[in-house]
Design a protein around this ligand. Structure first.
Ligand SMILES: Cc1ncc(COP(=O)(O)O)c(C=O)c1O
Length: 434
C-alpha cells in the first residue's frame, strides 16, 4: 500500500467540488444538514456512476455472451471492458476477476469451493490438487477482529474438513500483533484469512509479511479487502495474495455486486461452488465441462448494469487519485482518533493516535449504550454506525456489546469530523452520565 504517484491533494476546495457530484450529501434526512460518517458500511454514489448505470439500462441492456443481436454484442463489450477496468485498478488480469454478489459472497465462494475440492478428494475424485487439500489436523488461521463475512465461512470449512480454526487474539484496544499472527503460521496451516483493514479498529494488516510466511509453508492467503481497495492504492498482484474480496457498494458503486480476485493458479485449481448456466463448455445428461476462470465462478445471469456502474466508480476514484484519497483519509482517521482520546469518558478502540490506522474510528462512551449515542448523533444530523459491526468476537473481547463508529471517505471534511467529535463530547452530559 505504498503511494507511488504524486496526485493533487484533496484540499477543502477540491472536496467541495467533489461533494457536488454526490446528490445525497445535500439531503437533510434528519431535518438538519447531513454529516455522513458511515461510508465503511456503504458509500454514496456520484452522479457519474448513476448516469453510467442509467445509460446502460436505457441504451445497451441485453443478456451478455449469448445473444446474436447487436445490442447483446454492445452489452458484452461494456461488460468485459468493466472487468478489464476493475482488474487494472487492483493490479490483476481480467481472467482473475470474477463477479460475486458482494464481498461476503466472494469469501463464501472461496470457502465453498475449497470444501467442494475436499469433498471430491475424499470421494477419490479429481480435485486432489495438494494446494487445495485440507484435512483433519490441518489449520486455518484468522484474527479475532474479523468481520463475520471473513470468519463464518472459515469456521464452517474447518468444521466440514476437520481442520482446526486458530486465531490471533486482540489486546484490550482491539489490536492484534503481527508477530503473534505470524507465529501461528506453521507447516499445518492451509489457509490464512485476514482483513486488510479492520472495519472496527482501522488496524492495517502487514500483508506482505503474511503472504511470505504463509507461502513458505504452502498455505493460501485470502484477503478481505473490503476496507482497503475503496480507500487506498491496492495492487493485489504485487501483494501476492491467492484470493481477495471487495464490494462495489463500499467504493462509490451500486449494491448487489462484489469482486472475487483469484491468483491464476488458484483460479485454475479451484472447482466452482455453484453450477448452472453461462459457465460450461459442454453438457450431456450425465457430464459437464466447465469454462476456465473467471466464467467458471459466474454461474447464472450477472447484474450487468451494476457492473458497468462499478467500472464508472473505479474511473471516478482513479480520476481523484487513490494515493490522494489515502492521504486524506489517514489524516481524517488521525483527527478522529486524536480528538476522541481527549474526550472524558470516551474510550477509543484500535491503534492509538499517532500509530498507523485507516480513516475510521470506533469508540465506547462510558455509561451510555451505543444506540443512545447514535440517537444523539442523529439528532445533530450525523450518520454514524452503532452496533457490533459484524465483529462480535472482537466486541466480546473488549467487553462491550456495541461501539460507535465514524468512517470517512473522499467526500468527508475536517469540519464533519469536528462536528462528530463535538457531538460526542456532549453525549454523557445529555444522558446524565457525568
Ligand atoms: C471488513 C469487511 N469485510 C466484509 C464485509 C462484508 O461486505 P458485504 O456486506 O458487502 O458483503 C464488510 C462490510 O461491512 C467489511 O467491512
Amino acid at each position: 500500500m505504498t503511494t507511488t504517484r504524486t496526485e493533487p491533494a484533496l484540499t477543502e476546495e477540491r472536496i467541495q467540488l467533489l461533494r457536488a457530484d454526490f446528490p445525497i450529501l445535500a439531503e437533510q434526512p434528519a431535518g438538519v444538514p447531513l454529516v455522513y460518517l458511515d461510508s465503511g458500511a456503504t458509500s454514496q454514489q456520484p452522479r457519474q456512476v448513476l448516469e453510467a448505470e442509467w445509460a446502460f439500462r436505457t441504451q445497451r441492456n441485453a443478456a451478455v455472451h449469448r445473444g446474436a443481436h447487436t445490442l447483446a454484442a454492445l452489452a458484452t463489450v461494456d461488460y468485459e471492458e468493466a472487468r478489464e477496468r476493475i482488474a487494472r485498478f487492483v493490479g490483476a488480469r481480467p481472467t482473475q476477476i470474477s463477479w460475486a454478489m458482494n464481498a461476503t459472497d466472494a469469501l463464501n465462494t472461496v470457502a465453498l469451493s475449497l470444501a467442494e475440492a475436499n469433498r471430491a478428494a475424499a470421494d477419490g475424485g479429481s480435485a486432489t490438487d495438494p494446494t487445495l487439500r485440507i484435512r483433519e489436523g490441518d489449520e486455518i488461521v484468522v484474527t479475532e477482529a474479523e468481520h463475520h463475512a471473513n470468519l463464518l465461512p472459515w469456521q464452517r470449512l474447518a468444521d466440514e474438513t476437520g481442520a482446526r480454526l486458530r486465531w490471533v487474539e486482540v489486546d484490550d484496544d482491539g489490536v492484534w500483533s503481527a508477530d503473534a499472527l505470524l507465529a501461528l503460521i506453521t507447516e499445518r496451516t492451509r489457509v490464512v484469512a485476514v482483513a486488510h483493514v479492520s472495519n472496527v479498529t482501522g488496524q492495517i494488516a502487514p500483508v506482505e509479511r503474511i503472504v511470505a510466511a504463509a507461502h513458505a509453508v504452502g498455505a493460501l492467503v485470502v484477503l478481505d479487502a473490503c476496507q482497503s481497495v475503496p480507500h487506498r492504492p491496492v495492487d493485489l498482484g504485487a501483494l501476492g495474495v491467492d484470493a481477495a474480496a471487495f464490494s462495489s457498494h463500499k467504493m462509490l458503486g451500486p449494491g448487489g455486486i462484489g469482486v472475487l480476485y483469484l491468483s491464476e493458479a488458484l483460479g485454475a485449481a479451484l472447482p466452482p461452488a455453484r453450477v448452472g448456466g453461462s459457465m460450461i463448455t459442454t453438457v450431456t445428461m450425465t457430464e459437464r465441462e466447465y469454462l476456465p476462470a473467471p466464467q467458471k465462478f459466474e454461474a447464472g445471469t450477472q447484474p450487468v448494469a451494476s457492473i458497468v456502474g462499478l467500472a464508472a466508480a473505479v474511473d471516478y476514484l482513479e480520476a481523484v487519485g487513490m494515493a490522494a484519497i489515502e492521504r486524506h483519509e489517514v489524516a481524517l482517521g488521525e483527527r478522529l482518533a486524536a480528538g476522541a482520546v481527549t474526550i472524558p469518558g470516551v474510550r477509543l478502540v484500535g491503534p492509538r493516535p499517532g500509530s498507523e490506522r485507516a480513516g475510521l474510528a470506533s469508540v465506547v462512551v462510558d455509561g451510555v449504550h451505543a444506540h443512545d449515542v447514535g440517537q444523539v448523533l442523529d439528532a445533530a444530523g450525523i450518520a454514524a454506525r452503532v452496533g457490533h459491526h459484524c465483529a462480535q468476537p472482537l466486541h466480546r473481547r473488549l467487553g462491550v456489546a456495541a461501539t460507535t463508529r465514524a468512517s470517512t471517505y473522499l467526500y468527508t471534511t475536517d469540519d464533519e469530523v469536528d462536528r462528530f467529535l463535538d457531538a460526542l463530547s456532549g453525549v454523557r452530559a445529555y444522558f446524565g452520565a457525568v
